[in-house]
Design a protein around this ligand. Structure first.
Ligand code: DAH
Length: 357
């Protein structure tokens, strides 16, 4: 039975190499099966023991068991080794290379129109104004009637209105409840008067809409900031003083200002407020129509019927109001020639204004 002894010795020797070649846990397990499983090589050899010469049997038996023990131990060791390798590999793959250059972070910034709006908020905040915002979808009653603009009054032509269609109407006709897109921020005056108790001192920034033919200086969508002050004895002098301070805060101390008579249905008297031309500073240029002046807003003393529409007694209170467009301020600030650029989403254009002012 030296033959069995020799075969056992070969299994023992081969097992070492085969184990060393097993590259992962699964390979070790399948080797375990091939050697020690039910019909594994070693198992089958052990089954031959009863046929071995009784004198040699104990020795051969011992040898076979010793080999079995050895292989089991070696397998355990190999498994430990493989696990350690796997961990090393995982750590290596997860390692952070501290010297690698970082991925650049794209930091956003305010849209140039929005940064003008923020500046106005800040200036008026310093003047003691609060922010009071209203909806972009309004009713004709709020956008016009409450502001002293009756349905068939010619002054309504000043605002080319976008009407919201009556649901289901085909062809579309204006909603019977008078829903429109607000043409100015002035209806928020009414909302502020109804919600707040005087003294009222608010500005109302927001988006407005008009039925406009779009060109370099007109758009169907634009931004305004409205202001409203209501108190016991607010006067036109207060309005003038405040607006002069405002113009200097926005455009610098050297800015000259003037008031001209104007017309708005919701103010009486009404004024147009001009600043010295922001391009030429006075002598006259194409930007100011050679006049040396630019009109930046409309204003006036709140009309008594507007106060009444806001639930305020015109005999006890007076107020002033003003309204300005943000888009033109933005164009002038940056020397942008076309309003449509502001409404585009072209980052090559917009990212030029990362610095705000
Ligand atoms: N709502 C006016 C417009 O869109 C601007 C305006 C003018 C607002 C005079 C006012 C004001 O509050 O007093 O043309």
């Amino acid at each position: 039975m030296t033959d069995l002894r020799a075969r056992l010795a070969r299994v023992r020797a081969d097992a070492r190499d085969r184990l060393a070649a097993a590259g992962d846990v699964a390979a070790v397990e399948s080797l375990r099966n091939a050697l020690l499983g039910r019909s594994g090589e070693l198992t089958l050899m052990l089954r031959e023991l009863p046929g071995v010469d009784p004198e040699q049997r104990p020795q051969v038996g011992q040898l076979a068991n010793a080999i079995r023990g050895e292989i089991e131990l070696a397998m355990k060791a190999r498994l430990g080794e493989l696990e350690a390798h796997a961990l090393d590999a995982r750590l290596a793959s997860e390692a952070i290379d501290m010297s690698a250059p970082g991925r650049p972070v794209r930091v956003g910034h305010l849209h140039p129109t929005l940064s003008v709006e923020r500046d106005l908020r800040e200036i008026f905040h310093a003047f003691g104004f609060e922010i009071f915002e209203g909806p972009e979808i309004e009713t004709e009653a709020m956008n016009f009637e409450a502001l002293n603009i009756p349905p068939d009054h010619p002054s309504r032509d000043l605002w080319d209105t976008l009407y919201v269609a009556e649901p289901g109407s085909d062809p579309p006709r204006p909603a019977t409840d008078g829903t429109i897109l607000r043409t100015h921020t002035s209806p928020v005056q009414i909302r502020a008067m109804r919600e707040l108790t005087p003294p009222i001192r608010v500005i109302t920034p927001g988006r407005c809409f008009r039925y406009e033919a779009v060109d370099a200086s007109h758009n169907f969508e634009f931004f305004q900031v409205e202001g409203l002050v209501v108190d016991r004895d607010t006067s036109l002098a207060d309005l003038k003083g405040m607006l002069e301070e405002f113009a200097r805060a926005l455009y610098g101390e050297a800015t000259r200002t003037r008031f001209r008579p104007g017309y708005y249905p919701f103010t009486e008297p009404s004024v147009a407020f001009d600043v010295s031309c922001l391009v030429c500073g006075g002598p006259g240029c194409p930007a100011c129509g050679r006049s040396g002046w630019m009109t930046i807003l409309g204003a006036g003393m709140v009309h008594p019927s507007v106060l009444r529409a806001g639930g305020i007694d015109p005999d006890a209170y007076q107020g002033y109001a003003f309204g300005m467009g943000l888009d033109r301020i933005t164009l002038l600030r940056h020397g942008i020639p076309d309003l449509r650029l502001l409404m585009g989403a072209d980052l090559r254009f917009l990212s030029q204004f990362a610095g705000g002012r």
